[in-house]
Design a protein around this ligand. Structure first.
Ligand code: 4AD
Ligand code: MG
Length: 450
């Protein structure tokens, strides 16, 4: 057989009398390969430097393994140690806590678990593009630095080059934002939706896929300050079409990962979440449930549960309520729709014919077991007067949204869209329980190392 060249990192080395056995892994898949180095090799004395973590180049022949545990192994004809690693290398064989591994985010991709997570992350990104591209959606790059608050919720990170110790002032003593880099106040975007709407109202079917930023002080396992979001936006589409698209999208992604990442998924099923595969297959088989917010409130009221946050019509659903609905009541992913107008964003379409005091908007949240909300979306308010009323209700200044209002002045159309949290979807398909462990370098309140 032809000689082969292997390059990778040593996972373990075991020395016997006449041989050394090295487990080498290059991160391309979960499994490494066993190298057998004969004590008769010219540089054999150096093999003791091939410690866990060292990088190694091996020339050799692929042969069927005589040992148990692997089908193939490589009999080395020569090797070069590219980079040594001593006993301080933190990823020794023993199990480490997830908290410790977060502190060494520069090395954790070399572990089995994180190698698997980041391979699945890459595949999931690919599948997302494939889903939309195959459906004829155009990919739009929306800005990261923006002057508009897409959610109108105010939790944005400021972008400025002003000297914070000595900012320029206006005559009345306020900070003079006109002297800032962009001659106005700017921020990191919370969502590409408003700009995606511009493009949907031109190219009909579009999506964005990029980083978004939220300066909320949430300390949970599902919130990050920097996360990636996929936001399709569809012209000539209503809330039902939007719910159908979200369901087809989530199922497509699960099916793709199920098909293309079998080794990594089996690893998660073995070491992270033993119910993972059954849950993913169950989700693929079921039509998702749909339930209005008003029905959801009734279900929660009749549940007999004592809630940490008691809930009545008009309240936001908390995580405990969302999880009850999907995990205990429906036992299935569920899309909750038509939420109270006051608790949802200004751009959502007012539902016609609501009862007095029970105004709702055409919002939808997709809730899944183990996580809660993974998708939030809505039909957009395409009627100029109603949109202006929504902005007034949320105390937003029309001046900042002049271009968004123009979309309703010129050739307005019904349209709808949603946002899928990329990391939450990854948590769902891997079973990994903390958002910090599915993003390469987590940004959360108090943490921005690396
Ligand atoms: O529900 P959200 O806030 O909706 C929007 O931003 C809309 N503009 C989307 C749209 O209609 N185009 O966020 C959408 C999704 C959530 O369902 C959640 O999965 C994820 O983004 N998400 C977060 N993920 C991680 N960390 C956070 N802090 C998140 N906030 C939202
Ligand atoms: Mg939401």
């Amino acid at each position: 057989m032809d000689p082969i060249l292997l390059q990778g990192w040593v996972r373990t080395r075991r020395d016997a009398k006449a041989f050394s056995f090295i487990e080498l892994n290059d991160g391309s898949c979960l499994k490494g390969i066993q190298i057998v180095a004969d004590a008769a090799l010219p540089d054999y004395a150096h093999i003791t430097k091939a410690n866990t973590g060292a990088s190694l180049e091996v020339r050799g022949r692929l042969v069927e393994s005589k040992g148990s545990g692997q089908k193939w192994e490589v009999v080395a004809t020569g090797f070069t140690i590219l980079g040594e690693a001593d006993a301080t290398y933190p990823l020794q064989k023993k199990g480490h806590t997830m908290e410790f591994l977060r502190e060494i985010a520069h090395l954790r991709p070399r572990s089995n678990l994180f190698g698997a997570v980041f391979r699945v992350r890459s595949r999931l990104a690919y599948a997302i593009h494939q889903f939309f591209q195959d459906k004829g959606f155009y990919y739009v790059h929306t800005p990261i630095i923006t002057a508009s608050d897409a959610e109108g919720a105010g939790d944005m990170f400021r972008v400025t080059t002003l000297d914070l110790a000595n900012p320029p002032k206006t005559e009345d003593g306020a900070i003079d934002n006109a002297k800032d880099f962009f001659a106005k106040k700017t921020f990191l975007t919370v969502s590409g939706q408003l700009e995606a709407e511009i493009f949907a109202c031109a190219l009909s079917n579009v999506y964005t896929f990029g980083p978004t930023f939220r300066a909320e002080n949430s300390h949970t396992s599902r919130h990050a300050s920097e996360f990636w979001m996929i936001e399709p936006e569809v012209a000539f589409c209503d809330l039902n079409g939007n719910m159908d698209l979200a369901e087809a999208f989530v199922k497509y992604l699960i099916r793709d990962i199920r098909t293309h990442c079998p080794g990594d998924l089996e690893f998660f099923a073995k070491f992270v979440d033993k119910d993972l595969l059954a849950r993913l297959d169950f989700v693929l088989d079921q039509p998702f449930k749909r339930c209005s917010y008003t029905e959801a409130i009734e279900i929660l009221g009749k549940s007999g549960k004592t809630w940490e946050h008691p809930v009545a019509w008009g309240d936001n659903l908390q995580s405990e309520h969302e999880r009850y609905l999907t995990e205990e009541h429906f036992k299935c992913p569920v899309t909750v729709f038509n939420y109270p107008r006051a608790i949802k964003a200004f751009y959502m379409r007012q539902t016609d014919g609501c009862a007095e005091g029970r105004e709702t908007v055409a919002a939808m949240d997709l809730l899944v077991p183990g996580i809660g909300e993974i998708i939030g979306g809505s039909q957009r308010e395409e009627r100029l007067d109603k949109l202006r009323a929504g902005m007034a209700l949320h105390h937003l200044d029309e001046k900042n949204y002049w271009w968004y209002l123009d979309l309703r002045r010129y050739g307005t159309v019904p349209h709808a869209g949603f946002g899928l949290g990329f990391e939450r979807m990854l948590m769902f398909v891997t079973g990994v329980g903390n958002i910090r462990d599915v993003i390469p370098f987590a940004r959360t309140p108090g943490t921005a190392e690396f």
